[in-house]
Design a protein around this ligand. Structure first.
Ligand SMILES: [Zn+2]
Ligand SMILES: [Zn+2]
Length: 402
């Protein structure tokens, strides 16, 4: 029968072709955030086919299913949560592959088809082996990772972290910069919070030759941008990563016409929820105060995004060492901080969480495009690894005593 690890590897190999077929089906039939109806139906059918009873309609298109292992001798029933996201992006696929997207302008360009099919494979493996581990595996298929307010936040509101409450959550994401066959980990701060800033500086426009008669919002908005950057450099703890970028600055005048108002849009990202609040408060105060001092008005609006993603250090060390056992030490890599956002962060703010990367790059075959590009694709041999490894990590995590 072999060890648990060997059995998982054998099953992952046995199911690999089906997992690839599922991935191709999902890839060819992508659905946008909050519209994952057919995807959810497909996932539900697959789960039912292996004897599970998924709870459907969580956060509308999400699903939750439990795999019950042996009952524990003690009253403590440990639960581990495994998460996959299911949504695609509004991108038109440029790949010429048999499983190319059949939906105009919609594409799985962030690998969520990979995460979903991989977790279905994991479900099949763990369901098969359920007599051989104690505790419960909670499968979480969530909608809308790519769109605010993030499917994860709605799944949490719908109670996904309760009844039963997972002691830990695991999530994996494809990594086009990590060679296939390798897995990346990082403890602690990993990905950034993502807030959107919308500023309107309202002055008084008119002829550019008579600035004394006007309140120039272009000059005032320029001062505000410089002052806000200085908040990042002067008020933030230097060890605390943070980015403020403005990508839109619209002063719709002409050479000799000063407009009435200027619109600015930007993104504020960091890895500390306290600094996030403090930074936003300071920026608002500075922008409004400066505009006022210069005779204008600044409307400062924040559209809140995801919190920052923290990988629980102890859990991540455990998962890294279990992954090392499964993959071999030469196949484990360290991840850098990344100032992009990811809604798995919502789970990580509530429960011990570990978000790791599944290598999908294959330079020889030209599979090198980044996520969110029309030529993104993966080396599909990553699927057998992804499904098997997550099964192994779940089993290992269930062995930990509460
Ligand atoms: Zn994405
Ligand atoms: Zn993604």
């Amino acid at each position: 029968m072999g060890t648990m690890k060997d059995q998982i590897k054998t099953l992952a190999r046995q199911y690999a072709a089906d997992i690839v077929a599922n991935r191709r089906h999902l890839h060819a039939n992508p659905e946008l955030s909050f519209n994952e109806y057919n995807t959810a139906r497909f996932v539900a059918e697959q789960l039912k086919a292996i004897g599970l009873t998924p709870q459907e309609g969580v956060a509308n298109t999400g699903l939750v299913a439990l795999i019950e292992g042996r009952k524990t001798a003690s009253s403590e029933n440990r639960v581990v949560g495994l998460r996959a996201d299911m949504d695609a992006l509004p991108i038109h696929e440029a790949n010429d592959v048999p499983y190319k997207s059949t939906v105009e302008g919609v594409m799985h360009a962030c690998g969520h088809d990979v995460h979903t099919s991989s977790l279905l494979g994991t479900a099949r493996i763990l369901q098969e082996l359920r007599d051989q581990f104690e505790g419960t595996v909670k499968l979480v298929f969530q909608p809308a990772e790519e769109k605010a307010p993030g499917g994860a936040s709605l799944m949490i509101k719908d109670g996904v972290l309760e009844n039963p409450a997972p002691a830990s959550m695991l999530g994996q994401h494809v990594a086009p910069n990590v060679p296939v066959g390798k897995i990346g980990f990082r403890e602690g701060m990993y990905m950034a919070s993502t807030d959107e800033l919308y500023l309107t500086v309202i002055g008084k426009g008119g002829h550019g030759a008579m600035p004394d008669q006007l309140i120039d919002p272009v000059l005032i908005a320029s001062h505000i941008i410089v002052a806000l950057q200085q908040i990042i450099s002067r008020n933030r703890k230097p060890a605390n990563p943070s980015v403020l970028s403005f990508g839109r600055f619209i002063a719709d005048g002409v050479t000799n016409v000063i407009p009435n108002e200027v619109k600015i849009e930007g993104t504020f990202r960091c890895m500390d929820e306290e600094w996030r609040e403090d930074g936003l408060r300071r920026m608002k105060k500075m922008a409004e105060g400066m505009a006022e001092a210069m005779g204008a008005v600044c409307e400062f609006t924040v559209v809140r995004g995801y919190p920052f993603l923290k990988n629980h250090p102890e859990l991540t060390r455990r998962m890294r060492s279990s992954a090392t056992e499964y993959m071999g030490p030469e196949n484990i890599v360290n991840l850098d901080l990344w100032m992009a956002g990811e809604d798995f962060a919502f789970y990580s703010q509530v429960v011990d969480s570990c978000f790791y990367r599944l290598g999908t790059r294959n330079e020889e075959r030209g599979i090198i495009s980044g996520v969110h590009t029309p030529t993104f694709d993966i080396d599909e041999s990553a699927l057998e690894i992804g499904a098997g490894l997550m099964s192994w990590l779940a089993v290992e995590e269930l062995r930990v005593k509460n």
